[in-house]
Design a protein around this ligand. Structure first.
Ligand code: AP5
Length: 219
């Protein structure tokens, strides 16, 4: 089972993926998390990606596609995976399809989390993430039990450097210019499922379970 998770920055993709992997025994592969890991480790890819990420622009397709295909090979088959943040351009989607086709596979479902632009900025600027496990919180909508501490007890919460107001605006614009066309791409293939992400975290989760329970066996 291969799921692509689309949606604008701050729509709640990462938050929901963490719950989906628990229920469906799937792996969560987040292009943003992998890029942040490369940056932390100071790899060549991390250094190349840094200026694009800090400005809220997309990292060039050739770097991303190579990184994601490598990652998918590394994790093997398992119970399937959810791709969060990839593909993000039509070019990336075509490359993904071609790579999967070589192995006789294809994307089974593309989920699109729809959230109005007016909500995204406040969601992103209020986000705080655990510096160790990466779990995301929101200072108002999803606060940790103890101020600035991860509920998993692993680390202090930090703000991502690209979560500032001006960078967020560019990330939203970039989404509309370069990623939103993927909605039509997957619609034309007949495997798009749109979900209203403009409601509370639990409600979004229930809508996703309703869609996925029909196609993926729960654990
Ligand atoms: P990436 O890390 O993928 O960022 P993004 O897509 O912009 O998504 P976010 O992580 O900001 O948001 P999310 O939807 O996961 O929301 P979350 O669940 O955290 O990419 C970062 C950068 O890497 C890109 O800008 C680009 O430079 C580069 N990059 C990555 N992939 C690339 C690719 N394929 N090609 C090229 N470049 C690439 O939720 C947000 C906040 O809202 C949290 O605080 C959460 O608690 C809260 N929240 C969640 N759901 C709700 C809800 N229903 N109600 C209220 N609050 C909610």
């Amino acid at each position: 089972m291969i799921i692509v998770f689309l949606g604008p920055p701050g729509a709640g993709k990462g938050t929901q993926c963490k719950m989906l992997v628990d229920r469906y025994n799937m792996l969560h592969i987040s292009s943003g998390d992998i890029l942040r890991r490369h940056r932390k480790e100071g790899t060549e890819l991390g250094q190349k990606a840094q200026s694009y990420m800090d400005a809220g622009d997309l990292v060039p397709d050739d770097l991303i596609v190579a990184m994601m295909i490598e990652e998918m090979k590394k994790i093997g088959q398992g119970g399937g995976f959810i791709l969060d943040g990839f593909p993000r351009t039509i070019g990336q989607a075509r490359e993904l399809d071609a790579a999967l086709e070589k192995e006789g596979k294809s994307v089974d479902v593309a989920l699109c989390l729809e959230v109005d632009d007016s909500k995204l900025e406040e969601r992103i600027t209020g986000r705080r993430s655990c510096s160790v496990c990466g779990k995301a919180y929101h200072i108002q909508f999803n606060p940790p039990r103890q101020k600035n501490q991860c509920d998993n007890g692993c680390g202090p919460l930090v703000q991502r450097p690209d979560d500032t107001e001006d960078v967020v605006r560019n990330r939203i614009k970039t989404y509309h210019d370069q990623t939103a066309p993927l909605v039509a791409y997957y619609q034309n293939k007949g495997n798009l499922q749109s979900i209203n992400g403009d409601v509370g975290i639990e409600q979004v989760r229930e809508s996703l379970f309703e869609v996925l329970d029909k196609i993926v066996p729960a654990r």
